[in-house]
Design a protein around this ligand. Structure first.
Ligand code: NI
Length: 156
């Protein structure tokens, strides 16, 4: 496993659309393992492959202390609404209040290619939405709640 470099700020790759994963091979497994290690080191709760420079529809989420591997993920259900501060490993030292669904259900493949369903509320719903947005080149700064602005933080 290896730590990969996280792309930040106005790196143009962050605005690109990621491609579906078709090959469930060693290269994918290495990417998944490296992303987990990179996420753990960065002390984040979610990471999309594009953030380490790979335009593949792959996301890792820290889900209650275990890492979910979400391959070709899609939101199948979204309910309610929440507003909360959000930050991103690719936009260091910044945060902003976004509007997101309160609860979402995500369908994704695991590394064996099997489709699984995951549900998340509050923070996990925000995390799923945030990470899946990365796959389409969307950042949380595009989802700011009405009247909200990005603000500077010290720790993110
Ligand atoms: Ni992010």
């Amino acid at each position: 496993m290896a730590i990969r470099k996280i792309r930040v700020d106005d790196d143009p790759i962050l605005r690109k659309k990621s491609r579906p994963v078709e090959q469930f091979d060693e290269k994918l497994f290495t990417l998944l393992d490296d992303m987990k290690e990179t996420l753990a080191k960065a002390e984040g709760i979610g990471l999309a492959a594009v953030q380490v420079g790979m335009l593949k529809r792959v996301v890792i989420v820290d889900y209650d202390g275990r890492y979910l591997e979400l391959i070709n993920p899609e939101i199948t259900k979204a309910e309610g609404e929440q507003q909360a501060d959000e930050a991103c490993l690719s936009l260091p030292h910044k945060a902003g209040k976004t509007t997101r669904p309160l609860t979402v259900t995500v369908k994704a493949q695991n590394r064996e290619g099997k489709w699984c369903l995951y549900s998340g509320t509050d923070l996990m719903a925000r995390c799923f939405c945030h990470e899946l947005d990365h796959l389409d080149g969307v950042l949380y700064t595009d989802r700011l709640a009405p009247g909200e602005k990005v603000f500077i933080t010290e720790d993110v």
